[in-house]
Design a protein around this ligand. Structure first.
Ligand code: NA7
Length: 544
């Protein structure tokens, strides 16, 4: 009997989750290249993904604007003129809105649509997908562009409900700007987000208190305006330029180093670091100076020592200096800033080392640490994300035989090429785990193209399902584990391994072999008729 209380099912070729860089690129491919019936759903009130939610003061990309964008359309590249080396949040959001309009994507984007479940239906060979409003879809292909960094991590401290001030999280910032002029502001966290918030907010706050757990290594960003002629120069040679960028490890524009830090003299090393310090950029400092900073402890120590000396030269107060100086490996996501240590040095900024004086909880007036109460008007959580898998496991995703993705990934994410989990046919995850660890937009658009070509292949060959084999999934994970073990990134507790979330299983979530090498794997797979995937004919679907 038909359940009349339920909304009718909309049949689609593809349902795409998320209206950020990934979802928009994928919709463009499906709608405009393949001419298929596709729809994007996003819980946000606008397009933009990360750049819709992260509107906190100082929010900007720390990748150069000219490679923090799509390259698939030369006319788009030529007409959009980035204004700064590192684009501000508002500029990136405007860019993505422009892309949505320019490629006529909005007619297939549904906003304020929270997807709650996606179940593979064996009988129809489709994904049955539902939203919290009861909207229902049946899609042949289920493609996620969920973002690795979008499920906010907000630690719970006792007494927050009693606090008379306002609590904010950077990853869920209000759409109306917040005025911190003259206010007492607490910031918890000093990852790349906290660093940006502190720099910007300290300029206007009456007093800013940074609650810091682990000191970071940060290098100058050296932001500057962009000459439109420079962008035109890239546009003249767009394909070759982006091919070179993508065939690098990090998908940045700088030249990646080939020489190890210990292969040169101490003086030469110093000069290389100094040049990178002056040029600016966190990834540039870690990967553009020497080839083995992220893999060799001795080399790593030389870079760390250089940055420590720079920090010491900026922060005049000895107590602040001590709290801000990192002592462990330089092996987290490399940070860069617009005068962070100068901001810390300001008189209206103080720093609390929460390892020594842990946060006990909120009071009516502010935050109480083991050392006493600090009165505040605002508390900003810059505490990051339940990264990588957080967004996936919040949705009830079930593959063949009711296999739940959250169970399949209980010990960490597993998916061939980061794109396809075994047991989840016709599901593709753009920039999904374990996948590349790079500047994302050019990598994402390449994956969107790869997935659209896989779908074209299926359509042309009359196939109904494409599913990673268990062997391919395991082989890929083994490769990710093997490569990560060669780096220093897994030696520290931070979000790449899930270690920032209490109780979450630590796992290898990235392919650290670089995007160029990643492309070779994915290209070989496609060239060999999608080796690593089980492809099945259309009989089952036809029988429906
Ligand atoms: P991150 O890099 O995960 O940083 C979160 C920060 O919050 C970091 O300093 C944490 O300290 C701190 N934190 C988290 N929980 C707590 C508690 N309970 N108490 C005190 N401090 C805490 O997130 P971001 O948003 O800055 O950046 C994430 C990525 O987004 C970034 O890499 C970019 O790619 C974009 P910890 O270091 O864990 O001691």
């Amino acid at each position: 009997m038909t359940d009349t209380t339920k909304k009718p099912v909309e049949k689609l070729d593809a349902l795409i989750l998320g209206a950020g860089f990934a979802g928009l690129a994928m919709l463009h491919k499906m709608q405009n290249k393949l001419g298929m019936k596709a729809r994007v759903l996003d819980k946000a009130g606008g397009v933009g993904g990360t750049w819709y939610w992260n509107r906190y003061p100082g929010a900007r990309s720390d990748t150069e604007s000219w490679v923090y964008c799509y390259s698939f359309d030369p006319a788009l590249y030529r007409e959009w003129k980035w204004t700064e080396r590192y684009p501000r949040q508002a500029e990136i959001l405007a860019y993505l809105e422009h892309v949505a309009d320019r490629f006529d994507l909005r007619r297939n984007i549904r906003l304020n649509a929270l997807v709650t479940s996606a179940h593979w239906n064996e009988r129809s060979q489709r994904w049955d997908i539902e939203t919290s409003d009861g909207d229902r879809f049946a899609a042949r292909y289920f493609i996620t562009g969920l973002g690795l960094l979008s499920a906010a991590n907000k630690p719970l401290f006792p007494g927050e409900e009693t606090f008379r001030g306002r609590v904010l999280h950077t990853g869920n910032w209000p759409t109306t700007p917040v005025d911190f002029t003259g206010k007492r502001v607490g910031v918890i966290g000093n990852g790349s987000t906290g660093v940006q918030v502190v720099v910007e907010t300290s300029k206007v706050a009456g007093h800013l208190v940074l609650f810091q757990r682990t000191p970071q290594y940060s290098v100058p960003a050296r932001n500057h305006p962009v000459d439109p002629a420079f962008l035109d120069g890239i546009a003249d040679n767009l394909e070759a330029y982006f091919d070179r960028v993508r065939r690098s490890a990090t998908v940045f524009a700088f030249e990646e180093a080939r020489q190890g830090a210990m292969e040169v003299s101490a003086d030469e090393r110093e000069a290389v670091y100094e040049k990178a310090w002056q040029d600016g950029g966190g990834f540039n400092f870690m990967f553009g100076t020497f080839s083995d900073i992220a893999t060799n402890r001795e080399s790593n120590a030389t870079a760390a020592d250089f940055i420590r000396r720079k920090i010491a030269a900026v922060i005049s107060d000895p107590e602040k200096r001590e709290i801000m100086t990192p002592t462990d490996l330089y092996a987290r996501r490399p940070l860069c800033d617009n005068h962070f240590y100068e901001a810390i040095d300001r008189e209206n900024v103080s720093v609390v080392d929460v390892r020594k004086a842990p946060i006990v909880g909120f009071t009516e007036n502010g935050i109480r640490t083991a050392d006493g109460e600090i009165a505040l008007d605002y508390v900003i959580f810059a505490t990051g994300f339940d990264a990588v898998t957080g967004n996936f496991v919040r949705i009830d995703i079930r593959g063949r035989d009711g296999l739940k993705l959250r169970d399949h990934w209980a010990q960490g994410p597993r998916a061939f090429l980061g794109l396809s989990a075994a047991g989840f046919p016709n599901m593709f995850s753009l920039y999904g785990p374990p996948g590349p660890f790079t500047n994302q937009p050019p990598a994402i658009e390449w994956q969107a193209e790869w997935v659209s070509e896989a779908i074209r292949y299926m359509e042309e060959h009359g196939l109904s399902t494409m599913e990673a084999t268990r062997e391919a999934e395991q082989g890929w994970l083994d490769e990710c584990i093997r490569i990560e073990a060669m780096t220093l990134f897994g030696k520290l507790d931070w979000w790449v391994s899930g270690a920032n979330i209490p109780g979450k299983a630590k796992a290898v979530s990235f392919y650290m072999g670089g995007f160029g090498a990643y492309m070779k794997h994915a290209e070989a797979c496609a060239e060999n008729g999608y080796s690593g995937y089980a492809l099945a004919g259309a009989q089952a679907a036809a029988a429906e």
